[in-house]
Design a protein around this ligand. Sequence first.
Ligand code: MF3
Ligand code: CO
Length: 259
Amino acid sequence: MRSRGNLRVIRKTPGEIETMREAGRILARVLQEIVAAAQPGVATEELDKIARARLREAGAEPSFLGYRGYPAAICVEMEDIVVHGIPGKTKLEAGTILGMDMGAVYQGFQADMAVSIPLGAVDAERRRLLEVTERALQAGMQQARAGRRLRELSAAVQQVAEAAGFSVVRDLVGHGIGRQMHEPPQVPNFVTEGAFAEYDLLLRPGMTLAIEPMINAGEPAVRVDGDGWTVRTVDGKPSAHFEHTVAVGREGSQILTLP
Ligand code: MF3
Ligand code: CO
């Protein structure tokens, strides 16, 4: 991250956006099934099995599998895991929160989506973290419209999170998406003057973005486990993550990852 230049944002035709919407529809439906299966006591590898099978049945491919060597179709984000948790034998625990992040490619186009949910009964602070993070995503999506600068989107996400007393993860950002999972621009969930050339980007119809706030209950600092993937909060407090793939429109953004 923190790269400058390379702001050649690829705008999509209406037909390409329809293909991305189909990728997003398949993805959102499979994610719904995974959410329904995500109960305390279930091993996270079971969720990955559902993802692989259902995406392929629907004619899509799991885009995460093999991406830079990532070994699964989904990322499981239990409690203090911010992103990129690898599914395995670990069982889901009541009282914690779980994020699930997944990508699909269909007819050459990508969609990327994440949701976070409570497992069993969770305390009020975790419920509030989930509610605020989802609201931060909605605030960002509202700014994903023609004529806005990207910084307005970033600021809107940050405002919701910080007004609630939570912190925005700084080391990871959202992204443009299309034929590639990651395309320019980077989509930060915060504004730090000078950090991203993207802040000045004028949003235009046909741009397609994956907006994905990662919000921590405690401090923003994160670290990567020895497996080279799992990103956790340094303070061990919970983190939540929601993501939609959207198309910038004249009136507002259109969510492409809807069932
Ligand atoms: N939504 C994440 C991203 O945009 C997921 C990619 S994880 C990986 O980077 F497994 F594919 F690496
Ligand atoms: Co993403």
